[in-house]
Design a protein around this ligand. Structure first.
Ligand SMILES: O=C(O)CCC(=O)C(=O)O
Ligand SMILES: [Fe+2]
Length: 337
């Protein structure tokens, strides 16, 4: 039985080179990419939707309560006044476009190896679905330098600098958010010793995944990223100005998270659902594609070190709330998932 994350992918390789199709050049959706008609495809009407993912100003004195409420009711929220400079978000978008606009043969030079985590490739969840997704991705775990060198043998430095700065800012924001959430539940640093002190987040792990959704000739029969939950504690997502992210609500309705300039989307991951003994919800979400616009999103997955056992915090296990989940490490959880 595989235990390590890299081994999980080794037994379910997402192989790119054979049957590779350059999505930017096809005029019709190939059969291998045809999904059943997409229900609740985003429309202009979504702007007037009665229910929408909460937008929370992190400078608001009641931000902590609003965050906790959103984690319980939606599993998703958007944040403003998050402290990440707008120019960094713009630089990151510029670098992301630069990467995905490279010719296919160049991108394939940085292809993620079958048992690896970093590099260019299909969505990691791709191997679990019968149809292919209308997207490409670039995963960064640790330093991006090795893969960036494959892409731009001479001009890789700026990409790496922007990515490193973005990761640093994302780590700070994620740490701040996780402590807002845990603090409001009365959880102290002592009860979360594996996370290290609040001021430092060296013990926590992260991966940055750049998603690219090329324009699609028939977006209603294609799927950018199939419905899934994230195997993180928290995910912080930047999306470009084209809508595509949708969240599943009770009753089976998909609600669009409309892009708003300078705003970041945050969602609860599976491990926070476990840690909170089900109080916070890791909700299914997906990404649909657009006929003429190239959409990008950058997901920063923030989680515990892979060997740490996650179990419901003792404060959240009173008599009425017996533990709902077995203690698991993130590697074990991923294998089961
Ligand atoms: O592209 C998006 O908006 C969603 C991305 C996402 O859910 C993921 O990378 O896990
Ligand atoms: Fe996701």
């Amino acid at each position: 039985m595989p235990v390590k994350l890299s081994e999980v992918f080794k037994t379910h390789p997402v192989c790119l080179h054979h049957d590779f199709i350059d999505l930017y050049s096809v005029k019709e959706v190939p059969d291998s990419y045809k999904w059943p008609q997409v229900v609740d495809y985003p429309s202009d009407q979504d702007l007037y939707d009665v229910e929408s993912v909460p937008i929370i100003d992190l400078m608001d004195p009641s931000a902590a309560n609003l965050v906790v409420h959103a984690c319980q009711t939606w599993g998703f929220f958007q944040v403003t006044n998050h402290g990440i400079p707008i120019h960094l978000l713009e630089d990151m978008e510029f670098e992301g476009r630069h990467l995905f606009q490279l010719p296919a043969q160049q991108k394939l030079k940085a292809a993620r190896p079958p048992n690896g985590m970093s590099g260019y490739g299909r969505a990691h969840i791709s191997c679990f679905f019968p149809k292919l997704m209308w997207s490409e991705g670039f995963t960064i775990v640790g330093s991006p330098i090795e893969q960036a060198r494959q892409l731009w043998p001479l001009g890789y430095k700026t990409f790496c600098e922007v990515v490193e700065e973005y990761k640093k800012e994302m780590k700070e924001l994620s740490t701040r958010l996780i402590w807002i959430i845990l603090g409001s539940l009365g959880i102290t640093e002592d009860e979360m010793s594996w996370a290290g002190p609040k001021s430092k987040s060296e013990c926590l792990c992260a991966a940055l995944h750049l998603n690219s959704y090329p324009p699609c000739p028939d977006p209603r029969i294609a799927m950018g990223l199939a419905p899934h939950t994230d195997t993180s504690l928290l995910t912080v997502l930047y999306q470009t100005s084209t809508s595509g992210l949708q969240v599943l609500r009770e009753g089976g309705r998909w609600v669009t998270v409309p892009p708003k300039s300078g705003t970041l989307v945050v969602n609860v991951g599976d491990l926070l659902q476990i840690l909170s003994n089900g109080r916070f919800r890791s909700v299914f979400h997906r990404a649909v594609v657009h006929q003429t616009h190239h959409r990008l999103s950058f997901a920063y997955f923030f989680g515990p070190p892979s060997h740490v056992q996650i179990s419901a915090l003792s404060k959240l296990k009173d008599q009425k709330r017996t533990p709902l989940y077995h203690p698991v490490t993130s590697d074990e959880f991923l294998r089961v998932k």
